[in-house]
Design a protein around this ligand. Sequence first.
Ligand SMILES: [Cu+2]
Length: 458
Amino acid sequence: MITRRKFIKNTGAGLFLSGLPYSSKASNNIKKYELTAKKAKHSFEKNQNKTDLWLFNDNCPGPLITANKNDVIEIIFNNQLDEPSAVHWHGIRNINSMDGVPVLSQPLVEPGESFVYRFPVKDAGTFWYHAHNKAWEQVTRGLYGPLIVSDNDQLKEKNDILVLADDWLLNENLQMDVSSLGNLHDWSHAGRYGNRLTINGVFKPNIEVFSSGQARLRFLNTANARVLKFMLNDDIYVRVIASDGSPCNPFKTNKIVLGPGQRIDILIDETSKLKHLKEVSTGNVLVAATFEPKNQSISVLDFDKNPYYPFPSLNNAKVINIHMQGGAMGNLKSAIFNGERRDLRDLALNETKLWAFNENVGDYNYKIGNLKLEEIVILRCWNDTMWQHSMHLHGHHFWVTSKEFEDLEINLLRDTYLMQPGEKADLIFIANNPGKWLFHCHMLEHNASGMIGYLSVN
Ligand SMILES: [Cu+2]
């Protein structure tokens, strides 16, 4: 089988084992997977019309990839779509050549071609993978899946539950509204919103849990644009134990807020009390899932309490100002696009470009700045727009004083931070991973239309 595939030239895959950026721990195992992207049909609901989607291995969501901390994951990615693609491993502190960003870290994988991704996983936590070419269309049509790295195989016998949420725009026959992909109004506002919520690929699933003991729920928002807010039962307070795959100092909240791309892990002390999950972002309370306690168990879950690095000292930190601009009702009049300053109206109507960092309409070629290896960096972000943005940094996790959870101000290590209109936030990290790393909004219509650039770490 392997010999019949046409592999594109991939020097990174062969080289990295001898040149790991973090080679202090030898890996225990190589976990092998194969992901094939192609058109497929999927049932969001039993006995209902099947929906035409683009999926990995015909699954919605794509197959769960699991590994233990310090394993190496090897994924053969086959592109059987009619257009090029690449796969990004969201939240993994990856080797740059394995990060899956076309142009910046690898060539596009053309239709009929394959690419081997091979990288170590250094952190235990909740991650995901998704197409990174034309993500506003490819992710929206279903090209994503969960990736969970465990400390000690605890997934198998414990109450460890994935709650992967997506927001789909479907017509009455349950087919995707594809005519609205690329809609300028959506792109200049909050992004393209859906009208149906799925959890783990279905409408309102019944999620089986053990009938007693603790449970860990791993929330993941794969929506292209919508910020989701979940509550459990009658708005009970839950303990948050991790954000974006990084352990945090546990804190309590009754509202689990997730911008696109974000993950939140919570711990429930007694699963027998679990009844249902509600989504409340629109003001209309929607029952998103119900829980069905089954079988006895008295599991107590171990979980990491320490992020992999503490909040760093900011002496000698390098400050990079990022003025986030543009969009509808914004104050950006003109911006630089391909080296030329142009009126924003011209850019919107003729190039579908609407957003900027520091007056630059970004893309995969727009460099925000240069960083020295091991330098401590403050990305000083100012959301000077009328819209929320879910800001994602590749290859690193940053510290941020999060204002995402109502009245709380809490320091979290994240790879994606949800910023409110007008908010200023410092995203603080150690630039300890060499390469070119994207920084962009994960509202996929926003990054496609300019809210994107990269940092070069040398
Ligand atoms: Cu945005």
